[in-house]
Structure formats: C-alpha cells, structure tokens
Design a protein around this ligand. Structure first.
Ligand code: PXP
Length: 234
C-alpha cells in the first residue's frame, strides 16, 4: 500500500512565532499517526526556524511509525543524525534565505562518504533530487537507498501541457529509480488537487506532504476552537 509521510514542520512554525510551548509538534505527530500517517517527517534546519533539537529528541522516543529527518548534508547534521538515529534521513539542499526547500539537491562525490556514515548506523538514506535521469544514476552510484523526487515544479505549474510534460519527466525518473533497485518516493507542494495524478503513475511507494495538510487542519479545526472559546467568554 502507498504510504503517507506527514511533515509537521508548520506546527512548529506556529509555535516559534510566539516562542511558547504550543502547538507542540509532538502532539501533532501522535494525532497524525492515530489517523493513518505511516511516517512523520521533520526538517531540522540550520537556522532552527521551526523544528528544534528538543522536538527531534522527544519525537525519536514517541513516534511509533517511522521518523524521517530531512536535513542539509553538513557535518553538524550528520553528527545529529548519528546521535538521534531517525529511521530515515533525507538529504536536502538548504539556503538560509529560502522560504522552503527550493530545487533538488545537486549530488556530489563528497556526499558518498556522508551516505556511508549514515548507513553504517542503520539509517536509510534518501536523497531529494529533481526528476533527472543523470542525477538518479548518480544517486545510485554514491549509495543512496531511496530517491525522493522533488515535485515542486510540477506543483507550481498551471499550464496543462507543461503539467503533462513534467509528469512524463517525473515518471521517467521514478522508473529509473525503481529499475536501479532504490525506493522511490515523492514530495513537495503536493495538495488535495495535484496528488492524485502522481498516485495514478503507480510508481511511488510514499508521499511526503506537509503544508497542505497543516493548512487544511487550520480550517477544519477553526469552528470547534471558536465555539469552545465562545463558551468561556459567555
Ligand atoms: N519533502 C521534502 C524533501 C521537503 O523538503 C518538504 C518540505 O519541507 C516536503 C517533502 C513537504 O513539502 P510540502 O510542505 O510542500 O508538502
């Protein structure tokens, strides 16, 4: 069955807006798991803008499904991963000034050693790359277990012909991942409208989705939240 990884970064984004205790991503992870999430994904960014070291530490001991840690391919992050032992590490590019991860990671020879270090402590290593055949081949060469195809471009397109073309590019890359013996997953910018077409390719084992789920949760929970506060002020 196709798996759903729920990215809970934006629960932490709301908390960090006030630097208080709530909403706690640990609570969000439990609710996501109770409602069918097969994996919880967090991105521990260098600038700690949302997820904090404390979240990683607690989530590692409370998550009952799988913990996927997205992180930059840096020495600091490799040390944190080896210490916290998530089930999966997804190597992503990271720029301080970006609002969210822009583009896939450009894999380099130097990533080979980092991947080996993580695999040596039994962490599955996924690389977040553009749907590009040559990059997929390089991912295999440097030892990645899994490829997460960056669907951001697909998600941002509005022209139906361009969407069709991008879907073909994604399909070719995903097939290449599978035939190379790696797991193939997808993520970024996926929402309640554009995910189905990717599911229908019948290639992806898993989808990692964050922003659209947390956005929807704000509205599906707002009525109850206002009613409850109204009861208090009445
Ligand atoms: N996969 C990866 C590797 C990501 O970096 C992100 C964003 O943190 C996601 C999936 C989820 O993207 P979105 O929040 O747009 O659903």
């Amino acid at each position: 069955m196709v798996k759903l990884g729920v990215n809970i970064d934006h629960v932490a984004t709301i908390r960090q807006a006030r630097l208080v205790m709530e909403p706690d991503p640990v609570f969000a992870a439990a609710i996501a798991e109770q409602n069918g999430a097969d994996q919880i994904t967090i991105h521990l960014r260098e600038d700690r803008r949302h997820i904090q070291n404390r979240d990683l530490k607690i989530l590692r001991s409370t998550i009952q499904t799988k913990l996927n840690l997205e992180m930059a391919a840096s020495e600091e992050m490799i040390a944190i991963a080896k210490n916290s032992l998530p089930d999966t590490v997804t190597l992503v590019p990271e720029k301080r000034e970006e609002l969210t991860t822009e583009g896939g990671l450009v894999l380099l020879e130097e990533h080979k050693e980092m991947i080996a270090e993580l695999k040596a402590v039994n962490i599955e290593v996924s690389v977040f790359i553009e749907p590009d055949i040559e990059m997929v081949k390089f991912a295999k060469k440097i030892g990645a277990d899994t490829v997460e195809i960056h669907t951001g471009r697909y998600a941002n397109l509005t022209d139906s012909k361009e969407i069709e073309e991008e879907l073909i590019r994604i399909k070719k890359a995903a097939k290449q991942v599978k035939s190379s013996g790696m797991r193939v997953v997808a993520g970024h910018g996926l929402n309640y409208h554009n995910t189905q077409a990717l599911v229908e390719l019948e290639l992806f084992e898993e989808f990692n989705i964050g922003h659209s789920i947390i956005s929807r949760a704000v509205f599906s929970g707002l009525a109850e939240a206002v009613k409850t506060m109204k009861e208090i002020v009445k």
